[in-house]
Write a protein of this length. Structure first.
Lengths: 777, 156
């Protein structure tokens, strides 16, 4: 579909408009962190633990220090008072290891930072790293979370020999009674494997200290510049208004940059110590080893139901591989899975028990979907397991169990209130698009020919717009400030921090509609704590639903003031504002925005009780999350000889509420589906028994390439959210959440003639070939 | 021991003394001060550093700067002429072929070469031609759309 450039204002919200961000990105003139060059800047290179667990008997830095061009070398002893790396999540009884920014006398995972070399350029820094001598005493390690909680397993942290960081229990209804009386109970162990986020831009930090005014600037590829400012200031023991954090162009995050890492504080420390700017750019190898991973669940699900397919109750035992430390939200992620475990089905009896387990691995944390893909994968697989047990059609069993349309707002068994929904609508639409009846007939024919064709459905629900402040660790509101400049042009400062989601465009659409200005007259600023008022950031599909709403309310406030100045200029007490001008409703005389703005700043005369200038700021606290949903259908065929999965068709019908720019929404869905597909078919972060990451490069960790993904057909239903005046819900994670269960359900369906009821991801040709070989034997 | 090299970079000759071990990507970014070619993996898999050397798409993280001596290098900065975007750049913009933009310069250079070799590729040929360039945001669909659209523009 072609895009149009609209220069005349009108109703721009809802239109397919080209992005304002793109000209700088397609010409190579955007500024990512590694593009920042400062006079006199040094480069840092970090020495990391080659062992998953080891004692450090000693470190000799003398040879590295003598190397020409080396400025400084620091080890754990130098920074023992900096930090710790913060954990923002709190749970009852949570064990929080002290997370130093450089290892002290012991390392806990491969990649654990041990020393840092600062040198005149990156080649010298890397050379000198090899001259740092560490006297290692390797210790036994444990990388598998189920093994880590067995008696006698090596202790990740010696002070907690059971390796358990926390236990979490949530229950609603009469679970035991319902299970005891149920006509059918199905059980399944389901793994959501460790994944590695892999944004194309790795992390990077530049730090610059001005001693004269004791001000530190940190440039970091981050989704949360303001939270980073607060936390890194604490880590370094400086005032938050002496630290400026700039998140420049960010080359993808997917949750991995929703964090505060050791390196931000470490570079700040180095800049303050040396008095010179310093840059550290994470290598891809470091990104695999030291930036957070995602997922890492072993889930034991049980579902109780009636013989007619009515779901009654669910039990879940969730073993979460936390890794060796808590990063910002590590322990909170599995609790999001629990919140979302009922999916979009109408049952009230649930019990969940989480065991959070330390392993000698890099921490897990938020990765695209953050807890919800695990929950959705679980419930969507379990519904299919139940359908298979009862010999029911997977579409039929879903339609039978959906929360009905008249039940909204719907209180879930896990304490949430679903805002709005019409869960059957996207499923019906998807079934129609694929012509489900014919598809099943085709499958029957294929099976008769001995071909392994599968049809998989997932009907997902998710939590977006994170989220009301009481439900988040650091405030769940968002801020926007709008300034009409003296010329009448509009500057927006938003607390969100996009990493490709395109809010410079969608927010300009909102502004253009509200103020009647051209898209090009709007500048959207973000990511610099010295420019933008305090804000939260971009994650959990919150930017438009919360940040866009803050913008909307700031604009309403501003319009009131514009009308006051308009009334003054037009000498009328009856004016309206539309199309970028104030109109006197009696005389028809007009004053345009540039005239009004000019008058407001020149301030020769002011309307009664009105200050000069045209600026409005809003901090918006959402009353609830939003709950998008949708239906994905995947058609596959498995090659009997090789085990390779071919996706013959992929249909995604999503309902993310009102759509501001359909082109951007489709892009989010397509990209999201492919990340879910990566989990379903290809990706697996594997540690061996000694805690070595064996998938530590793109050679070994298979993120999808262009040849590995199918054409994705997208469509929508629109059920506006009542939570915000824009009616938007969020779409950043929907594709990822819907994709893995639809693909796995499809492949399980394909192999069901062989007696297959469940498969764990990734569905590599090798793993399927083994099953096919077993069936042949 | 530094070596003097002369490279025609985006149409202009430039001479620098460089270490023999300096990678072309670091020469472009740090010696020549460009920001278009990006570093994504340092192992020639992701393609974010793709530039054109004597008309061929090359991953500049696995070539030494000294190997570019006497040759013509074109980066994303050299594609637009007189303020007019190259048709491939235009198509990426129109078709939403990018989100975070980090892979985009390399993706555009690879697409340009793909179309020079095969002006009317099928979707499968486009996907095959871009197999050496990773994108984590778009799911590739709009990149395929962009290359197909650019083929139309360039053929017109």
């Amino acid at each position: 579909m072609a895009t149009t450039t609209i220069t005349k204002t009108g109703t721009l919200v809802g239109k397919r408009l080209k992005r304002k961000e793109d000209p700088r990105l397609i010409t190579g003139t955007a500024t990512y962190t590694d593009d920042i060059q400062l006079p006199g800047m040094n480069y840092a290179s970090i020495l990391r633990s080659p062992y998953a667990a080891a004692k450090i008997r000693g470190i000799d830095i003398s040879k590295a220090l003598e190397h020409p061009g080396v400025v400084a070398v620091y080890t754990g002893a130098d920074v023992k008072d900096v930090g710790p790396v913060p954990c923002g999540a709190s749970l009852p009884g949570l064990r929080v290891p002290h997370h130093h920014i450089l290892a002290q006398d012991r390392t806990y995972f491969v990649g654990h930072p041990v020393a840092v070399v600062v040198a005149a350029d990156r080649y010298i820094a890397r050379d000198a790293l090899d001259l740092v001598e560490v006297d290692w005493d390797p210790l036994p390690a444990v990388a598998d979370p189920e093994k880590a909680i067995e008696a006698g397993a090596p202790a990740v942290h010696p002070e907690w020999p059971d390796n358990i960081a926390f236990n979490f229990h949530q229950e609603n209804g009469e679970v035991d009674k319902v299970f005891a009386e149920a006509e059918v109970v199905v059980k399944q162990r389901i793994i959501s494997q460790r994944l590695i986020p892999c944004p194309m831009e790795t992390r990077g930090v530049v730090a610059d200290y001005r001693g004269g005014d004791k001000t530190l600037t940190i440039y970091s590829s981050s989704q949360i510049p303001h939270l980073m400012r607060n936390l890194v200031a604490q880590m370094l023991g400086i005032a938050d208004n002496h630290l400026r954090v700039v998140a420049p162009e960010v080359g993808g995050g997917f949750g991995s940059k929703l964090n505060v890492y050791a390196e931000e504080a470490l570079m700040g420390f180095i800049a303050m110590k040396t008095g010179k700017p310093v840059k550290w750019i994470e290598t891809r190898r470091e990104n695999f080893l030291t930036t957070i991973h995602g997922r890492g669940h072993v889930d034991y699900f049980e579902l109780a139901a009636k013989k007619d397919g009515t779901i009654l109750a669910m039990k879940l035992k969730l073993i979460q591989d936390l890794g060796s430390y808590h990063q910002l939200l590590t322990p909170a992620i599995p609790t999001l899975s629990v919140l979302m475990m009922p999916g979009i089905y109408n049952f009230k009896h649930i019990r969940a028990d989480i065991v959070g387990v330390f392993t000698n691995c890099v921490p897990t944390d938020a990765y695209r979907g953050a807890g919800r893909p695990e929950a959705t994968h679980g419930i969507e697989r379990m519904v299919d397991v139940l359908a298979a047990e009862l010999n029911m059609d997977p579409a039929e069993i879903r339609l039978k169990n959906f929360v009905p349309n008249d039940a909204f707002p719907y209180a879930t068994a896990t304490g949430l209130t679903y805002d709005s929904g019409n869960y059957a609508a996207p499923l019906h639409k998807a079934l129609e698009i694929v012509d489900y009846k014919s598809l099943r007939a085709e499958q029957k024919k294929a099976r008769a020919e001995g071909r392994l064709m599968g049809v998989g459905i997932s009907t997902y629900g998710e939590i977006c717009a994170m989220g009301p402040s009481p439900a988040t660790p650091a405030g769940g509101w968002e801020s926007a400030s709008v300034r009409i400049e003296p010329s009448g042009k509009v500057t927006v400062m938003t607390g969100i921090k996009p990493q490709g989601q395109g809010e410079e465009t969608t927010f300009s659409q909102i502004v253009a509609d509200e103020l009647g200005v051209e898209m090009d007259d709007v500048t959207v600023l973000h990511g610099d704590t010295m420019v933008v008022q305090y804000g939260i950031g971009t994650f959990g599909s919150r930017a438009t639903a919360i940040g866009g709403t803050a913008l909307y309310f700031a604009l309403q406030e501003l319009k009131k003031k514009v009308k006051k100045f308009g009334a003054m200029i037009l000498e009328s007490d009856d004016v309206s504002f539309s199309g970028g001008q104030c109109i006197c409703n009696r005389t028809g005389r007009t004053a345009d925005l540039s005239q009004i703005a000019g008058a407001s700043y020149r301030a020769m005369k002011l309307p009664p009780d009105t200050d000069p200038g045209l600026v409005a700021t809003n901090f918006w606290e959402p009353p609830n999350f939003t709950f998008p949903f949708g239906a994905h259908i995947c058609v596959t065929e498995v090659d009997r000889d090789t085990g390779a999965v071919e996706i013959k068709r992929y249909v995604a019908v999503d309902d993310c509420g009102r759509i501001i720019n359909p082109m951007i929404v489709e892009g989010q869905v397509q990209g999201g589906v492919v990340q879910g597909l990566g989990q379903a078919l290809y990706e697996h972060g594997i540690y061996d028994e000694s805690g070595q990451l064996v998938t530590g490069e793109f050679m070994d960790y298979a993120i999808p390439k262009a040849t590995m993904v199918p054409w994705i057909e997208t469509d929508h239903t629109v059920t506006p959210s009542p939570v915000n005046p824009l009616g938007v819900k969020g779409v950043g994670e929907a594709g990822t959440i819907g994709a893995s269960p639809s693909i796995v359900n499809s492949v399980v369906d394909a192999l069901s003639p062989l007696g297959v009821r469940h498969l764990d991801m990734p569905l590599t040709p090798e793993s399927l070939w083994k099953i096919l070989e077993g069936a042949r034997a | 021991m530094k070596k003097s090299i002369t490279v025609t970079l985006n149409g202009r000759k430039t001479t620098h003394d460089v270490e023999p071990r300096l990678l072309l990507i670091h020469f472009l970014r740090e010696t020549a001060g460009l920001t278009g070619p990006h570093i994504g993996c340092e192992t020639s898999i992701c393609g974010a550093c793709t530039v054109s050397v004597d008309g061929k798409a090359v991953k500049s993280c696995t070539m030494f700067a000294v190997q570019a001596d006497g040759r013509e290098v074109v980066t994303i900065e050299g594609l637009a002429s007189n303020g007019k975007l190259h048709p491939v750049q235009e198509a990426f913009w129109e078709q939403h072929g990018l989100q975070c933009g980090y892979c985009t310069p390399g993706m555009i250079l690879a697409s340009k070469q793909l179309l020079e070799r095969n002006p009317h590729p099928t979707d499968a040929e486009i996907r095959h031609g871009l197999e050496g360039n990773l994108c984590r945001c778009t799911g590739y669909q709009n990149i395929v759309n962009a290359v197909r659209s650019a083929a139309g523009k360039m053929g017109a």
